[in-house]
Design a protein around this ligand. Sequence first.
Ligand SMILES: [Zn+2]
Length: 384
Amino acid sequence: MDARVSTQQAIALTEALIARASVTPDDAGCQTLVAEHLAAAGFAIDWLPRGPVSNLLATRGQDGPVLLFVGHTDVVPPGPADAWSSPPFEPTRRDDQLYGRGSADMKASVAAFVTACEAATAATGLRIAVALTSDEEGPAQEGIRAIAPLIAERLGGIDWCLVGEPSSQNQLGDTIRVGRRGSLSGEIAITGRQGHVAYPAQADNPLHRLMPLMAELAVTRWDDGTREFPPTGLQITGVDAATDAINVIPGHASARFNLRYSPASTAEDLQQRIQAMADAHAPGATIDWKHSAQPFASEPGALRRAIEAVITRRRGVAPRADTAGGTSDGRFIAPLGAEVVEFGPVNQSIHQVDEHVALDAIGQLARDYAEIIQRLAQPGPRQD
Ligand SMILES: [Zn+2]
């Protein structure tokens, strides 16, 4: 069923995207190129820009459930170009790999699902949509987050959402993501009274209250996780006290921390528990909170079954489903009621110097996506 997926076409499109230096939020023409491909394959193109951010929604088909591919065309900055073995925005084939910034995160996936959409013209009874943004690696405010309600409205709901983020660890398809943890950061500030270390009775050392509090935060077990989420974890990321002198008790102390939390806890609950601990150690302590991502988890449905069946058939091993990694744009689609699964190439080199993707994986991924489309378009029992 995948005879019409062209490996060379998928690789050529990946290279053309890498050659466009699309550091967030500059799309550098990536989405125009994708739109040309999709328009030629019968997709209607909607441009949904927000300020400097480019957003594209392409749709094809009138009837049936909706499969939405989500991706981003922006990349993180390459850092010093001379640290790279070949220029970061010059796609370079070397040792069966394709090198370039964004190759794995996630221009290969974008090229693969565009190629799959071009090949799957015969998929009937299914509406296929592609949503791209140039604001995933940056603030992620004007991208999928901003246009998600509009996408849902234009499509009349979203049944399945396949995010092409690089989910695989060692081999293409060894891992898929079925949710992501939430992210909650806090900065605790404690005020004491500055003084001479030799006269502690006339001072009040805030570090002596901050440190026991930090110690408690570091060892607290927040929850047990869920079936698919590891337990919530807290990392202390910085401690400051405003003096450099060895004989001065500081007047202020502060500390920063971040929680990656499972759906077994809520952000509100974690905030209350930590504020209570802070009150116990240091009455009057204030905490500045930043809640940057809700966790999301999708109940296993037809999309996950299709992805697992395709990977198992083509690789001989079923993928592991996990919820690791940072946040992703899937968190903005899941609340709309869609089943969200992330499946993309190996993530070992993402955001690094000499980012690369296996050349072979690009064609494989395009075939995987095409077969997933076919399976969702023709539901029913299948013999694997
Ligand atoms: Zn990414």
